[in-house]
Design a protein around this ligand. Sequence first.
Ligand code: GCV
Length: 673
Amino acid sequence: MTGDTHVHPAWLPDAAFAALGSRRTLVIGEGLLVDTVVRELEAACARHGGAVHHREDPPHPHEFDLIMAVHSAAGALAAQAPGDLGTEGYAVARSDGTTLVLAAAPAGLLHGLFHLVRAGEAAFADAHPPAVHRPALARRMLDHWDNIDVHPVMGHVERGYAGGSIFWQGGGLTRDLDRVARYARLLAACGVNAVTVNNVNVHATEATLLTDRLADVATLADVLRPYGITTHLSVSFAAPRTVGGLPTADPLDLAVRDWWARTTRRVYEAIPDFGGYVVKADSEGQPGPSGYGRSHADGANTLAEALAPHGGVVHWRAFVYDHRQDWRDRGTDRARAAYDHFAPLDGQFDDNVILQVKYGPIDFQPREPVSPVIAAMPHTRLAVELQVTQEYTGQQRHVCYLAPLWREVLDFAPWGDEPPTVADVVARSGGLVAVSNVGDDAYWTGHPLAQANLYAFGRLAWDPGADPAAVLDEWIGLTFPAAGGDGTLRRILHDLMDDSWSVYEQYTAPLGIGFMVRPGTHYGPDVDGYEYTPWGTYHFADRDGIGVDRSRATGTGFAGQYPPHWAYVYESPRTCPDELLLFFHHVGYGHVLHSGETVIQHIYDTHFAGAERTVAMRRRWADAAGLVDDDLHARVSERLDEQVRSAAEWRDQVNTYFLRKSGVPDAYGRTIH
Ligand code: GCV
């Protein structure tokens, strides 16, 4: 913890700046973000004994250990940086005892600064020619599902597991803007460059952020801006009616379009670099264009038209499905919904519309196939949405390092097993978005180790080819400076976290079936919890078998929404990968997996193994006592106790349920209740 405010420094403890702060640095360039770089260096030098100078003319050679320059202000250095650095890229070189960071624009310099923080002493070791670093994805955004008013069911932060909102408090803007600035700094240091400051479920008070409360959004934007973070707002599609006083929100109505244009103009007067809107429309009770007989393209384009003159974008979410389904109706398949709604609209969206697609066709489950929408809309800008907040992956009570899941999604090749990959698609168009896991908790994320997910999201959005274990290693090194010692802490954290997603998958819902969670809270096991509900998330287990037949031949036809390669692979249990078998097929308990195991024995084995592995994780964490701050150790220990308890609950409920359904005993005679 930092002494004064009791907020954990996450991956930017003072010690992370030791190498930089003990050097003599010259910063050349001007602008808001250059000032941020200078301020960061001044603070680091004050703590670690170095010195920083800031000027606009070129440096005298070898006068400083470190030279940071914005290209335009340092023409003499430009020749040393190969390639086009873009607005956020930078080049780093070291020769004759001087490390040089060169950027074409101030944001690049800021990213270059954090590159040096990550590198530590290594940045001042061996000479090397300029190496260029550029983000693969231009848009790297975090969506906050924060409410201003505490919602009676969903709380202050919808699906938030780290306390209240850091943006909103006491029914208005937080007074702790320093906390927001710290957050912006952490985000910049991992590569995030855009934030949405309110929930996509826009309630009455929050709808006024667009109008009466706009000044609060502008204040947040002022705090986020010095760290290169652009501010976005979730808006209600019904706003022209609910806050604009018009009789309709019909997107083709001229008065409605005019209202959006005028309102948006006012937003840009208050926030000249405003990023744009995020919209959840016609989904889970949120209003949308269908109420007026209009399409999603009509709806999105109306907002896009208002944003276009100012350079803004609208993130229109593809998370649209019927949440009032009749469970008796086996013909309706929620997995099909996004494709059915949006694929026919490909090519109809304006250039500044980004269709924001959840990575899987259902809802952030620990295992889903990648959404077929990604391959279906080549003429639409697409962003993929991930969930850093652990709604379905242990709610920040369980250790579940998500970067390996995200890397699998990003590596998936939607048209076959050759590139382009999902990462290629979003790099060309709408970027990567994730739902944040941060709240006003002292550790930011409730579970201190869940900080790694936030960090990894930013790093993967910058470089989707990054190795999850290497990203974790980087996070460990920054967050726990003591990990550098004999390496014990580093090994403990890798042992605990590297495979934690697969451990979580083992003790929860099997083989891609998903959603065996408690309705509402989505925490803990309840095998039949959603089985007879309107939400469209069913497993269809009976005495003979389990799974959803989504084949073209005999099922819902969802498999046919993929291009031929994957449509073929997913169509038959013979070719479908084991981990997705029950997502695509209804099979008997005796069905033999590619692994050689039967489905029922796989269920028993994975649930016993997963729960056992959580016990080993807890044991391993005990070895970290004395190697990390006592409070942090205690917080993680307490959460691991809960993870062990919960994993045992999952194991026992799932195994018992399937023993009772199938009547097939465990081959090893273990205890099932
Ligand atoms: C913001 C899931 C969550 C909801 C969330 C929704 C969404 O259904 O449970 O809380 O609402 O996804 O992504 O819009």
